[in-house]
Design a protein around this ligand. Structure first.
Ligand SMILES: [Zn+2]
Length: 263
């Protein structure tokens, strides 16, 4: 099977420190299971710095730096200056994760919109792709619509929509703009997502472990790790009636075009 590109994980998460497993160990376990490029994603300033240090230590690991929408209320303007400095480092391939998350209420909606807008402007300035985190309460699509309207206002659509699990209509609105749809372990167990994935064009799909979250079946009781990502590739291959090495290769090429455009 062609090497699998994990477009979104958090080797920087505290759970791996608690479990006494290093980023180098995780990257080498991932490589053994066929996952040989990893995007290590920040969610605040500290985790972005850790993501970068881990990327500098590990040949196959790259960093994204950003402030997660659910942390937006904690950061002042200076944090965004720091983010810009980090974004200039070698091995940074994107800005994120950023976006809008209305699933826990709208108390900090204004801060989320301001944080997201700042990060879209930074990504545009640096010609880096955005790693989008978008989440709504059940039955609403407001966060998705607000994200699209901000991207339209900034005229910047270079992005990946991470951990997608919404309707085909929503996916199509993003695909229309050239945004890639990233699929995680939910596809191994969620019937609706399977139906949506069946209809998505292969040139719009990338895969992610989303570790430490959303471990694919049958390991869903365990802490996730990039080494389990081939199970997501297998699930997509089953849904699409394709062979797994084609799914690995196409999703890898899609991701490389996005994160390494000048290769
Ligand atoms: Zn994440």
């Amino acid at each position: 099977m062609a090497g699998v590109y994990d477009t979104h994980c958090h080797l920087n998460d505290n759970i791996y420190i608690e479990n006494e497993i290093t980023s180098s160990e995780m990257a080498s376990e991932a490589k053994k299971s066929g996952v040989d490029i990893i995007n290590n994603v920040g969610y605040d300033i500290k985790s972005s710095k850790v993501a970068l240090v881990q990327a500098q230590k590990n040949k196959h690991v790259w960093a994204l730096v950003g402030i997660h929408p659910t942390h937006a209320q904690f950061f002042t303007d200076e944090a965004y200056n720091t983010l810009e400095i980090l974004a200039n480092a070698d091995k940074v391939v994107g800005i994120g994760e950023t976006g809008l998350d209305y699933s826990r209420g709208l108390e900090f909606k204004a801060q989320q919109i301001s944080s997201f807008t700042k990060q879209v402007k930074l990504a545009k300035k640096m010609s880096l792709p955005l790693m989008l985190h978008v989440k709504d309460i059940e039955g609403s699509t407001d966060a998705y619509e607000d994200v699209l309207s901000i991207l339209k206002k900034e005229k910047y659509f270079n992005a990946v929509l991470h951990a997608f699990n919404e309707s085909l209509e929503i996916a199509e609105k993003f695909i229309e703009k050239g945004i890639l749809i990233s699929i995680n372990g939910q596809v191994t167990r969620d019937k609706n997502l399977k139906k949506v994935v069946k209809e998505l064009p292969m040139n719009s799909i990338v895969v992610e472990s989303d570790a430490p979250y959303d471990t694919p079946k049958p390991y869903n009781k365990k802490t996730n790790a990039p080494k389990y990502l081939p199970l997501v590739v297998d699930a997509i291959a089953n849904i699409k009636k394709m062979n797994r090495s084609d799914v690995a290769e196409i999703t890898r090429e899609n991701a490389i075009r996005k994160f390494f455009p000048k290769r």
